[in-house]
Design a protein around this ligand. Sequence first.
Ligand code: PBG
Length: 352
Amino acid sequence: MVSRVITPFERRKDVHTDSASFSGLNLTKRPRRNRRADWSRRLVREVELTANDLIWPLFVVDGVHDVEVNAMPGVIRRTVENAVREAEKAAALDIPAIALFPNTDPALRDETGSEAHNSRNLICRATRAIKAAVPEIGIITDVALDPYTSHGHDGLVRDGVVLNDESVAALVEQAINQAAAGADVIAPSDMMDGRVAAIRAALDREGFHDVQIMAYAAKYASAFYGPFRDAVGSNTTLKGDKRTYQMDPANGDEALREVALDLEEGADMVMVKPGMPYLDVVYRVKENFRVPTFAYQVSGEYAMIEGAARQGWIDGDKAMMESLIAFKRAGADGVLSYFAPRVAERLRQARA
Ligand code: PBG
């Protein structure tokens, strides 16, 4: 595997082809020295990616058949039974946590997203089944109404307006339903104002003091969510866009204000989403707050890498690993990525 390394001693004899005197350059600083050999590159490496940095978002579907996601080649919606198998696989790969998202039967979607409050809904059943079979893996559940509403919005809608305070009340109820099913981490992705404080208060009131909150604190109104909406089936239901609650991609300072609010309201961890186009935001959040900070490499980012790789246009495995180390370099403590099991497998092979 390792090609023969040229030692500095041998290189000294190389003066005729690569030396200061030959080129006329007077270089006292040569950053390339540290990059000369694999051992040296490993020695000076600043950040490291491990399985501990990964959260795996997993789609679940009703029925007895797994269903592939069109816009995300290689990503499969799992039946509850098979989701348990996938969680076992993730745990065996030392992935600390999975994030569950439901593809709700269209017949169960309505104006208010009432299925979100059903204690036997898809997410609650998956959570209970995974908790029972794989108690060592963390389960993160998504709080937002979009997989349950007939209009595809994350909150309640009246006269074309996505309501804030009424939506928060519904989201609180949804969060309690998920905590009761055994969720370890509640992750509000809805971007309503005040929802973290309301969810925290309700969790504490109901005795769920130890249930954590991972706030989608800086979540942008992004075109990169397209394939996810295909996966959960909200691409056909969504009316309009989410720009009255998700953030404007032009804003960075505002992300810091959103994070500050969610932390004040009781968030245990914060997230920036999407990931790669927003690494500056990840960096600023980590620098300013020094709290557990996560980035979501969203569906569109996955689709771009995997789509190009399947065309033979980029080396998919290398692009995948590079994209993840970039999150670590920017300051993320962890990354939600659809590549999680593949990355964990790669890391394991590299160690073997
Ligand atoms: C919905 C939600 C979305 C994602 C996670 N939760 C989509 C949206 O806001 O429309 C996107 C994840 C992805 O694109 O991978 N509340």
